[in-house]
Design a protein around this ligand. Sequence first.
Ligand code: HEM
Length: 134
Amino acid sequence: MTPEQVDLVLEGIERMRPRLPLVADAFYAELFGRYPQLRPMFPADLARQRAKFADELRALVVALPDLPAFLDSAARLGRRHAGYGVRVAHYNQVRTALIATIAAEMASVWTEEHEHAWTVAYDMITEAMLLNLR
Ligand code: HEM
């Protein structure tokens, strides 16, 4: 991930900050619209989940410039996710829904560079979450 890509996602997460609860809402709507089979993995009431997801996504993005802290948080989150039954294929589905949601949220400024930077950031998070599962 280049320093410019890190800057783009950091700027993006700050820009979205006041609307992150709404973005998380839109993300789950997008995810379950595309992949309804994932819905039963989550609690019936998504209110707390939305807030936790938004907070964690922001914390991971903000930690990107501090690689050891980033890897540590992501790996711990990944270990918990293995316990929730989350598998590699699920990460691709979440990426599709998350990038589509962020693209819609940032539509007025969104470019190919944003798309690429967010995709790389998401993939870094995923790879770190999948590290050391054994
Ligand atoms: C950027 C990647 C992701 C982030 C930041 C994230 C964040 C979170 C957070 C903060 C929680 C609350 C519990 C905890 O902290 O352990 C959670 C729970 C959960 N996540 Fe994720 N997640 C991500 C990817 C995924 C993926 C790919 C799936 C697959 C469908 C998934 C499914 C779940 C499930 C099933 C729960 C538990 C719900 C429950 O039973 O309470 N997450 N996630």
